[in-house]
Design a protein around this ligand. Structure first.
Ligand SMILES: Nc1ncnc2c1ncn2[C@@H]1O[C@H](COP(=O)(O)OP(=O)(O)OP(=O)(O)O)[C@@H](O)[C@H]1O
Ligand SMILES: [Mg+2]
Length: 257
């Protein structure tokens, strides 16, 4: 493992048991540098969520290894935003976030203050005392984001974190996230269907092929920071970068872009 690397994925394969023995990932290898923001795009079912779960140790690979810096030292804290939000249903929204602050070492008083602050920032101030079942999908997603932020993780693993949000909320929440990540230089692996979003946010975009997923291409995104979730799409060079990603996915010729 190189000193600059936060995550090293080597020759990873995942095969699910069952009659058809689905191979979700095939020989996936890549590194993520400390403080780097990597976005992963690829067609539905190519193994993106599976890959994040293996990195988070929620799923054991059939072959290959994942090394996450700091793990041996017991310092590893992974903030995971699941594609399905995975909130605790018996706790209110703000209590879900408070628990994450407490698990990260915060005392009771601070946990409450910090959780309420995050809820406000994510425009959920009015929904603190609601239970997950009483929230919309986009609201649950934001609680899930607040919870990941509350953990102050060294590595963020985010599975389509902004996909359920309306356009205005997405810009607000996206920018809130960008400010935190750019200031603290956390390492991020973000999965998204949205190629524009991937290019707007990331330092590097990895393109996965159809299942069984492999890394088909890797693009450095040398756009200046700090970035704006929305306005970055209009800076010089953005369209060309986006086009290159589209071309790799094989949509370049047919969608008229
Ligand atoms: N627990 C499981 N058991 C069996 N097969 C699974 C399991 N989880 C995922 N798969 C299969 O593995 C493949 C990859 O699934 P995964 O959820 O990683 O895709 P994805 O790239 O995240 O898709 P999407 O973009 O739709 O979220 C799919 O064919 C899926 O059916
Ligand atoms: Mg998925």
């Amino acid at each position: 493992m190189h000193n600059d690397d936060a995550i090293v994925v080597s020759d990873l394969s995942v095969q699910f048991a069952g009659i058809d023995r689905t191979t979700a990932l095939e020989s996936v290898s890549f590194n993520v540098r400390h403080g780097e923001f990597v976005a992963i795009v690829g067609p539905s079912g190519c193994g993106k969520s599976t890959l994040l779960k293996v990195i988070a140790r929620l799923l054991a690979p059939s072959r290959g290894t994942v090394a996450v810096h700091g793990e041996q030292a017991g310092k590893l804290r992974v903030g995971f935003v699941f594609q399905s939000d995975a909130l605790l249903p018996w706790r209110t929204a703000v209590q879900n976030v408070e628990l994450a602050v407490r698990l990260a070492g915060g005392d009771k008083h601070n946990a409450s203050a910090r959780a309420h602050h995050l809820m406000e920032e994510l425009r959920l101030g009015d929904s603190c005392d609601k239970y997950p079942s009483q929230l919309s999908g986009g609201m649950r997603k934001r609680v899930s984001l607040a919870r990941a932020l509350a953990q102050q993780p060294s590595v963020f693993l985010m599975d389509e974190p902004f996909s359920a949000l309306d356009a205005q909320t997405r810009i607000h929440v996206g920018n809130f996230f960008l400010r935190i990540l750019e200031e603290s230089k956390q390492t991020v692996v973000l999965v998204t269907h949205d190629i524009e979003e991937a290019v707007a946010l990331a330092d590097r975009v990895l393109v996965m092929s159809q299942r069984p997923g492999e890394i088909a291409a890797s693009f450095e995104i040398p756009l200046p920071r700090p970035r704006d979730y929305h306005a970055t799409r209009f800076v010089q060079g953005f369209q060309q970068l986006q086009q290159r990603v589209w071309d790799t996915l094989g949509y370049g010729a047919t969608n008229g872009r």
